[in-house]
Design a protein around this ligand. Structure first.
Ligand SMILES: [Zn+2]
Length: 432
């Protein structure tokens, strides 16, 4: 590259970075809910984020459309208009979350399109910046609602059985309230046809501590862990007087729950030593405040169980062991374990060829990402499991995510921008 071409390129990247910084700033201001931001799925903050991205899209000459479930599609015309390359992520957040989780992927897509336009280039295929709804399962307790809807893969029962945590209204109700068409979603209507999708790329802040620990700005994701979850499990025993009830006559739900936690921790240790990828978490454990007391043997203990792995076989093996442990503990302690509804998501492998293209783009852009697996779930898993070549780029982020202290430096974001622009500059033949 001669000097003036390099200058032009740097100037275009700098302009893309300024656009992104301004979008991040406006988004944080419009969805502020101190401390942090709140963008409720199918709610006010998410809609404000959608409107902001649509305005930016219009200013850059893109077409904006919605699917039946309310996902937003921002399309920049490409060289080959018969197929589409998707770049994007979700725009909802957890309550009082950080500004970058989800939004960074959408904003990076818009900034990359702006850089290409500034360089006088056209993406190899139609470039669609995808704004997905309802990824954070704190609002509706179901994984990847937006991406499943976009691909016509949402279980229709979810529309009527899953309710939003703050309103108690169903997903179908919320879709209708915003003017969308849950009946079309129910019929499996989809705006994304996997046969015409070249790839789905999801840039996202890293939600774990690996990039910070390694001192690297970027990561290329090799796979996404899946999960199984019991959000409403409970041991039921019997409340009794703490002084008057001898040990052998107790049906203590807390002791039973503790035994299960310890047994699962030991199982995790053993399986990890055998080379299994696994994470076991009991995120909520508690007694019933309406009935518990310091002088009562606890008759009920509620538990949330979240188990993750890159391997479906491992997940199933652990689930079976969990059921066995529960049965044994219940028998020994005279209590009953009710696991409640089972939820979760399927692990996903990222496309080897796209990963290879990303490696090439990294060289071209002069950035040096590491490769790592994603412990957190992402919409990318839905795309990968629908057979669409899928990749993810992680941007370094301090202090974890799902909290107001998440921190991404624009210098790191700029490296991701350069990487994605270099990827989009690869000719159609490389994508095939
Ligand atoms: Zn996210």
């Amino acid at each position: 590259m001669n000097q003036s071409a390099e200058d032009r390129r740097n100037e275009a990247l700098a302009e893309g970075s300024r656009l992104a910084a301004s979008l991040f700033g406006t988004l944080a201001a419009r969805t502020a809910d101190p401390p942090g931001v709140t963008r409720v799925a199918y709610g006010e903050g998410e809609c404000a984020a959608y409107a902001l991205m649509a305005d930016a899209a219009h200013a850059h000459g893109a077409e904006v459309a919605f699917d039946a479930g309310g996902n937003q599609f921002i399309t920049f015309a490409g060289q080959d208009r018969s197929r589409t390359l998707y770049v994007g992520s979700h725009l909802d957040s957890v309550p009082h979350g950080g500004n970058f989780d989800g939004a960074a992927g959408v904003i990076l897509g818009l900034a990359a399109a702006a850089v290409l336009a500034r360089l006088g280039q056209t993406a190899p295929f139609d470039l669609c910046v995808l704004c997905l709804r309802a990824e954070e399962s704190c609002w509706f307790p179901h994984s990847y609602i937006g991406s499943k809807t976009a691909l016509g893969r949402l279980d229709p029962a979810v529309l009527d059985t899953v309710v939003r945590s703050d309103t108690g209204e169903t997903l179908a109700w919320h879709m209708r309230a915003l003017g969308f068409d849950p009946e079309a979603v129910r019929r499996g209507a989809r705006r994304i046809d996997p046969a015409r999708a070249v790839a789905y790329l999801e840039p996202h802040i890293e939600q774990g501590p690996v990039l910070v620990a390694e001192g690297r700005a970027l990561g290329l994701v090799t796979g996404i862990r899946g999960s199984f979850r019991y959000r409403d499990a409970a041991f039921h025993g019997a409340y009794a007087h703490s002084g008057a009830t001898p040990r052998r006559l107790r049906r203590d739900a807390v002791v039973a729950a503790s035994e299960l936690v310890v047994a699962m921790q030991a199982l995790w240790e053993r399986m990890e030593a055998d080379g299994h990828d696994l994470a076991v978490t009991f995120g909520i454990v508690g007694t019933d405040p309406a009935q518990h007391s310091f002088s009562k043997v606890p008759g009920e203990a509620r538990l949330c169980i979240d188990v993750r792995s890159r391997s479906e076989t491992t997940l199933e093996e652990v689930r079976q062991r969990l059921v066995e442990f529960g049965r044994g503990i219940a028998d020994r302690r005279g209590v009953r374990l009710d696991l409640g509804p089972l939820g979760g998501s399927t692990p996903a492998v990222m496309a080897p060829r796209l990963l290879d293209q990303l490696r090439g783009a990294a060289v071209a852009a002069g950035v040096a990402p590491i490769e790592l697996a994603s412990g957190a779930g992402h919409d990318a898993a839905t795309f990968a499991n629908a057979g669409i070549p899928t990749g993810m780029v992680f941007v370094r982020n301090e202090n974890g995510s799902h909290n107001p202290d998440e921190r991404m430096d624009m210098a790191d974001f700029d490296q991701a921008l350069a990487l994605v622009v270099a990827l989009l500059e690869q000719p159609p033949a490389r994508w095939a």
